[in-house]
Design a protein. Structure first.
Length: 157
């Protein structure tokens, strides 16, 4: 099934308030419902080539109550070994598009999908922030080449 995937960015309007701007729309041959880590990995690799990137990228998928993708946001772009992410940048986008849940995804260009202590710490921070806001963090997935790790499956959320 072909679905339209939308990538957004946020900009400040003339009054200084953040607004969503659609950056890209593409057709994706797959499910719009993110029912497993494999669905998320397939989307991220086919649409954004996340498994082939030479630097770290961090994305957030905004979801409806039925885990259907409302939008995809590139939160940050870093270096070979790290990218900086703050919960504020993740959740302002989730709030603006009225997401009830999110999935975050980033890549490890090293080829090793094992979460670092910093990855686990970030996951915990995002989970706690989401609980305060009423936005569920469903998973944090790390993609490295042909492999991936779901932190929710491995460590729970």
């Amino acid at each position: 099934m072909a679905v339209r995937i939308k990538e957004f960015r946020t900009i400040m309007n003339e009054d200084g308030f953040p607004v969503l701007v659609q950056e890209m729309t593409c057709n994706y041959e797959g499910s719009k419902k993110m029912s497993s880590p494999d669905c998320v990995v397939s989307l991220m690799n086919k649409v954004f080539d996340l498994n082939k990137q030479c630097e770290e990228y961090f994305f957030m998928l905004a979801l409806t109550t039925k885990n259907i993708v409302k939008g995809v946001f590139r939160i940050s772009h870093g270096s070979l070994a790290m990218t900086v992410v703050h919960p504020r940048e993740v959740f302002v986008r989730a709030i603006l598009c009225q997401a009830s849940a999110i999935i975050v995804v980033h890549n490890h260009p090293s080829g090793d999908p094992e979460p670092s202590p910093e990855d686990l710490q970030m996951t915990n921070r995002l989970s706690q922030a989401g609980k305060l806001l009423g936005i569920t963090l469903c998973d944090h997935i790390i993609i490295a080449g042909d492999e991936h790790v779901s932190i929710a499956e491995r460590h729970g959320l």
